[in-house]
Design a protein around this ligand. Structure first.
Ligand SMILES: Nc1ncnc2c1ncn2[C@@H]1O[C@H](COP(=O)(O)OP(=O)(O)O)[C@@H](O)[C@H]1O
Ligand SMILES: [Mg+2]
Length: 337
């Protein structure tokens, strides 16, 4: 391969872990970040660990396999590889690597005979999943007689905030199972990487009370566990459609306003009338009330005094070029710097 990794400032993370409350846009933001990084000519691995095929559906590509495969290329030469990390596949790989087990087929048969998902300790399962990520981040290849990372960056669509610290605190869960031996050593190495400057955890939130609250709790928990917070990613940011001067008039619901609206609608050849005008006014008031709530939550986020990225709400959704718009926003605000 001719690919050469770019030089990174020492503080730039190479592993981006995307967490946040469920449904806030983790998978979407992970995909947009991977695209933004690939636009810089980087080779990026985009990974998911929950078996949902969320990435494939956001990128509109075939379901991801438990092996890395190229899913997108950028004119800059950048590439996005995708993987749906699977604990069972990772275990087989691990067994082959550490115990030099023979043909995978026989091993597979044996493992297939047990109910893998319910038999394996959750801590070990997490270690297998994040262990695969660890391996990909650390993998190198020789380019011009120098060992350089195969991936310039790895973006992980991670479990939600409720589970992220335990997922990444692999050492703890595992120490009940294995205190010594290769599993314990693996856990220690993974932990070291996750708590180093190589790794940043980004928290996706919406400007709503519950996700913001979860974000703040997660920051405390992450930092308590020695993990580095990257950015708070505020998703679905909506713009004001009504200026404050207009808002006063809208709220007063005056007859002058009604007449003006009626006139404008008629001028534009749109249906007018009292019912329509009243509906429009109510919608404008509701919109502004949502905006006020949003501003309250923005103030709470701002008080955290952390790097914050604002991602616009795309009224038409993320398909058909929408991801590119989100990648632009992410890049412009320095998340890929
Ligand atoms: N900035 C955005 N603008 C419009 N729709 C969005 C945006 N971000 C996410 N969505 C939509 O919100 C839904 C949830 O996003 P998703 O990334 O799957 O969340 P999560 O992975 O946190 O569960 C999806 O339907 C997605 O298309
Ligand atoms: Mg998701």
């Amino acid at each position: 391969m001719t690919h050469v990794a770019r030089a990174h400032p020492s503080t730039a993370p190479r592993l981006h872990v995307i967490s946040g409350k469920g449904g806030t846009g983790k998978t979407t933001v992970a995909c947009a970040l991977a695209i933004a990084l690939a636009r810089q000519g980087k080779r990026v691995l985009l990974a998911e660990v929950e078996g949902r095929q969320g990435i494939a559906s956001v990128l509109d590509v075939n379901p991801l396999a438990p092996e890395e495969q190229l899913v997108l290329t950028d004119p800059s030469g950048g590439e996005v590889y995708g993987i749906a990390v699977d604990a069972k596949a990772a275990l087989l790989e691990y067994l082959k690597l550490f115990y030099r087990l023979g043909p995978a087929g026989t091993v597979l048969e044996k493992i297939g005979a047990i109910d893998f998902a319910t038999t394996i300790a959750p801590g070990v399962r997490d270690l297998l999943l994040i262990g695969k990520i660890y391996e990909a981040v650390g993998r190198t290849q020789k380019v011009n007689k120098r060992e350089v990372p195969v991936y310039d960056a790895v973006v992980l669509d991670a479990p939600p905030t409720g589970r992220i610290v335990r997922f990444m605190g692999v050492g703890e869960g595992v120490s009940d199972v294995a205190r010594v031996g290769p599993i314990a050593r693996q856990a220690a190495s993974v932990n070291q990487m996750l708590t180093s400057q190589t790794t940043a955890v980004h928290l996706v939130t919406l400007l709503e009370e519950m996700p913001v609250q979860e974000t703040i709790e997660a920051i405390t928990e992450l930092e308590g566990g020695g993990l580095r917070l990257g950015s708070i990613v505020v998703n679905l940011v909506r713009d004001h459609h009504v200026t404050s001067g207009h808002l006063r008039r809208v709220r007063a619901r005056t007859d002058t306003l009604r007449e003006a609206l009626n006139g404008d609608l008629t001028l534009m050849g749109l249906p007018a009338g009292d019912a329509i005008v009243d509906g429009l006014i109510e919608e404008a008031v509701e919109h502004e009330e949502r905006m006020e709530l949003q501003e309250e939550q923005e103030a709470i986020i701002a008080a955290q005094d952390r790097p914050t990225i604002r991602v616009p709400h795309l009224p038409l959704g993320v398909s058909g070029g929408g991801l590119g718009v989100l990648a632009d926003a992410i890049e412009e605000q320095g998340m890929t710097a």
